[in-house]
Design a protein around this ligand. Structure first.
Ligand code: GLU
Length: 487
């Protein structure tokens, strides 16, 4: 049992592509089969190595480990059926095109683009499907070769059998599908420069790489007819096909840039967890037999089956994605969660304690306020050990004549304690003592203390924050405010 994901490296890995990859991966793992990655880079103008590198990195981040393909780091092939980049298989495609030419199932066609356009216009006027009618269809191979030897420029065109019959197959998602053979005209296999087209490479590679199951986007359903014809022409056995449901935005339009993030990379940067993104996209077109909404990768592998794939369009609901992410995030062991947060803290310039006990304690307090990893940045900013900012909003507190005295009393209360951290109870007691000594209440009490802790009179609740700030640091912050008041 072998499945493959075959991305074209012409941009980022889209969430739709990630879902295709995930289903192929889950199916292979569920069946004890192999999952293969093949790079479809025959579109020379649009394919780039950068895009390939990014897409492979995204697959790695998602954790869809393939058994054969192109390594995400070294970009080297591994596996017994390589090369795995179509641009490196041109001689193979040529060999099979020659076979079809020899057996008369393909021919050299010398129609120019202009001639094809004239035919297209005429078909449109007559209300016929725009099929190419090549006068070279009846040429012998020798005639074609002679014209090429004389400098003629030809494509290799597949000779669609004149049978008036239906091509049928059982789609793994959609059930019986039938195409009339006259739905397509003779189609190109190799372009003028010898570059093969998608439908041709795909068949050759799926056959030679011994694919048993092809799961792919719905938009490829109509390509399947051409592909079946090529399989038949080469006397090769086609794999089973499954065409996945389309993904729509919440406005029921095809998911696109207009809907916001559509690339896996953007979700990564926005603080989504790969396991949550996978869980969410798995449910776009598949459902758990146990009706589970939150699933780990191993649960998905265990529960996955093709008969639970739906053909109806799936709606990409960002609100649900966030919810799924929050569930995974909150269920994660703290040490692991901290590791995932670290790059985000670093990028935001925060310096936080490296004491695992402190990290654990802080996450118990904050993780319920986090849905995505990036939510942690503002929650942890007041706890950063580098730089304490006194914000403009502190002005109101600084204008109160009682403030210097309140901050001094606050500092003295802290200094009189001895533990490394101040507990919530100690804080409340200290606050009461300041109130009594400085003879203030309400704003005159709370504003200066807040400014001395977080640099502004509003924001996170102090009784939550203070136990996470070392007492020494709290004293330092109070001193900074006092200095500021004197200046
Ligand atoms: N390269 C094609 C795509 O990215 C793959 C189609 C297929 O899976 O056959 O859409």
């Amino acid at each position: 049992m072998r499945t493959r994901f075959a991305p074209s490296p012409t941009g980022y890995l889209h969430v739709g592509g990630a879902r295709t990859a995930l289903y192929c991966y889950l199916y292979a793992k569920n069946k004890g089969g192999k999952f293969i990655l093949r790079v479809e880079d025959t579109d020379e103008e649009r394919s780039t190595e950068d895009s390939m590198r990014m897409q492979l990195a995204d697959l790695k981040w998602l954790g869809y480990h393939y058994d054969e393909g192109v390594d995400a780091d070294t970009l080297k092939d591994f596996g017994a059926y390589g090369p795995y980049r179509q641009s490196q298989r041109k001689n193979i495609y040529k060999e099979y095109a020659d076979k079809l030419l020899k057996s008369g199932q393909a021919y050299y066609c010398f129609l120019t683009d202009e001639e094809i356009e004239v035919q297209r216009q005429a078909s449109m006027k007559a209300g016929r499907p725009p099929q190419v009618n090549s006068p070279y269809r009846d040429w012998t191979l020798a005639q074609g070769e002679k014209k090429i030897a004389e400098g003629g420029k030809a494509v290799v065109r597949f000779r669609v059998p004149d049978l008036n019959r239906e091509y049928k197959f059982t789609d793994l998602v959609r059930g019986e599908v039938a195409f009339p053979s006259d739905m397509v005209g003779d189609f190109v296999l190799l372009r003028t420069g010898g570059m093969p087209v998608y439908n041709f490479c795909c068949v050759i590679d799926d056959a030679l790489m011994k694919m048993t199951h092809v799961l792919r986007a719905e938009e490829h359903l109509s390509n399947t007819l051409r592909q079946l014809m090529i399989y038949e022409g080469l006397d090769m056995k086609p794999p089973e096909f499954g065409h996945l449901s389309i993904i729509l935005g919440s406005d029921r339009q095809k998911l696109s840039k207009r809907h916001g993030a559509t690339s896996v990379n953007e979700y990564k940067e926005r603080g989504y967890l790969p396991e949550a993104l996978s869980n969410f996209i798995a449910l776009l077109g598949w459902s758990s037999p146990k009706a589970q909404e939150i699933l780990s990768m191993s649960e998905m592998i265990e529960q996955f089956s093709l008969d639970r794939l739906h053909s109806a369009a799936a709606i990409f609901d960002e609100v649900k994605l966030k919810w799924v992410n929050a569930q995974h995030l909150r269920a994660m062991p703290h040490a692991e969660l901290w590791q995932r947060l670290t790059p985000f803290f670093k990028q935001a310039g925060l310096v936080l304690s490296d004491d695992p006990n402190w990290q654990d304690r802080s996450l118990s307090v904050y993780k319920t306020s986090m849905e995505v990893l990036t939510d942690a940045i503002e929650l942890y900013r007041p706890l950063s050990l580098n730089g304490f900012t006194i914000y403009d909003e502190a002005k109101e507190a600084f204008a109160m004549p009682t403030t210097p005295n309140v901050v001094r009393e606050w500092r003295d209360q802290l200094a009189a304690l001895s533990d490394e951290f101040v507990s919530e109870a100690q804080f409340l007691a200290a606050q009461d003592a300041v109130k009594a000594k400085a003879q203030v209440k309400g704003k005159e009490l709370f504003f200066p203390i807040r400014v001395a802790v977080v640099g502004k009179p509003h924001g996170a609740e102090l009784k939550i924050l203070i136990p996470l700030l070392a007492r020494k640091l709290l004293i330092e912050r109070a001193e900074t405010v006092l200095k500021h008041l004197k200046a």
